[in-house]
Design a protein around this ligand. Structure first.
Ligand SMILES: [Zn+2]
Length: 54
């Protein structure tokens, strides 16, 4: 099972993803996966501000 490190969603079979190996000095390296298609906007936009009712 591969999970996207960007959106924490499961990467399904057939979905394009990027694979990146990260070397860890204290043990075996880890591999992270990310959707190739932007699954989350780089700059989050607030369309409905919450907590500004003062
Ligand atoms: Zn993703």
């Amino acid at each position: 099972m591969k999970y996207c490190s960007h959106c924490d969603e499961l990467i399904r079979k057939g979905e394009a993803y990027d694979e990146q190996s990260i070397d860890v000095a204290t043990g075996p390296g880890i591999t992270v996966y990310r959707h190739l298609e932007p699954c989350r906007p780089a700059v989050p936009r607030q369309t409905a501000p919450v907590g500004l009712g003062r």
